[in-house]
Design a protein around this ligand. Structure first.
Ligand code: ADE
Ligand code: ZN
Ligand code: ZN
Length: 260
């Protein structure tokens, strides 16, 4: 996701933290964040260049057109190093944060919290679990209405921005409020099921859903130089809303399990 997608996931999550998780997050956030996880939810994108090793941790790639995901097959970087993908990163930072109450922990748990919060967002962006040959649709050039962009950017940013402009007075906070309200009303039963996970975190479940959504909605009907307008926007907006809401609910549930 772009800045707004990550902000949405982190704001939805922070409002759902247990008392113990809320305390731990406020201890781990730097003072300048003023206890606002959303303000640092895109930190991981800003350090990609300083922490070169972290750039493959934002996504994973699956074999073209198979439309399924397997950790052992797909969670590797371009050099084939196993576990270097967004699902492996979620497992790693979840494990690091479980050492929170261990006084001899040597991990940087502030960075672990910021990476986990960001990657929980990215794994819910369907094209961060896309096909290998097109780099998650980064190489598929399209027009978003009259503007030239690529299909990956449409899902990271354009659908969210057009929704904000069309329905929410160009205010991301109004979109966050609408999603928050849906989670507690129309989605309240489903939202319970989104939280379910027999371990501390379940990135393989989220990645499997992601590649299915990528095939069924993101890639579907799109080719090089397609013009995407109202039909694509209005039919895909519910999928983006669902994935943002799932990301927020699951980030909160994961932090609540980690911090007790
Ligand atoms: N680079 C290569 N594959 C990618 C993907 N699926 N998402 C984002 N960046 C990528
Ligand atoms: Zn992206
Ligand atoms: Zn990212």
């Amino acid at each position: 996701w772009g800045i707004d997608g990550h902000l949405i996931v982190c704001k939805l999550a922070q409002a759902r933290l247990s008392e113990a998780a809320e305390d731990a997050v406020s201890q781990l956030l730097p003072a300048y964040a003023e206890n606002d996880l959303g303000s640092l939810c895109s930190w991981a994108d800003r350090v990609k260049f300083r922490y070169h090793w972290s750039s493959p941790l934002h996504y994973l790639n699956t074999p073209d057109n198979l439309c399924n995901y397997q950790y052992n097959r797909d969670c590797k970087d371009e050099d084939g190093i196993q576990d270097r993908c967004v699902a492996g990163a979620i497992n790693n930072y979840t494990t690091q944060l479980l050492s929170y109450r261990d006084t001899s922990s040597t991990y940087n748990l502030t960075e672990a919290l910021l990476f986990l919060s960001h990657f929980m967002g990215d794994i819910h962006q369907p094209l961060h679990v896309g096909f290998t040959s097109d780099k998650g649709a980064n190489t598929i050039d399209v027009h978003w209405y009259k503007r030239k962009t690529n299909l990956h950017h449409v899902w990271d940013n354009s659908i969210i921005e057009t929704a904000e402009e069309t329905f929410y007075n160009t205010e991301v906070d109004e979109l966050i409020s609408a999603l928050d309200k849906n989670i507690t009303t129309v989605w309240s039963h489903q939202a319970k099921a989104w939280e379910a996970c027999r371990k501390t975190s379940c990135p393989d479940v989220y990645a499997s859903e992601g590649i299915k959504a990528a095939c069924d909605w993101a890639y579907k009907g799109v080719e090089e130089d397609s013009v995407l307008g109202d039909d694509y926007f209005l039919s895909r907006r519910p999928v983006v809303n669902l994935r943002l809401a799932q990301g927020g609910v699951r980030l909160a549930a994961t932090l609540n399990r980690i911090f007790g």
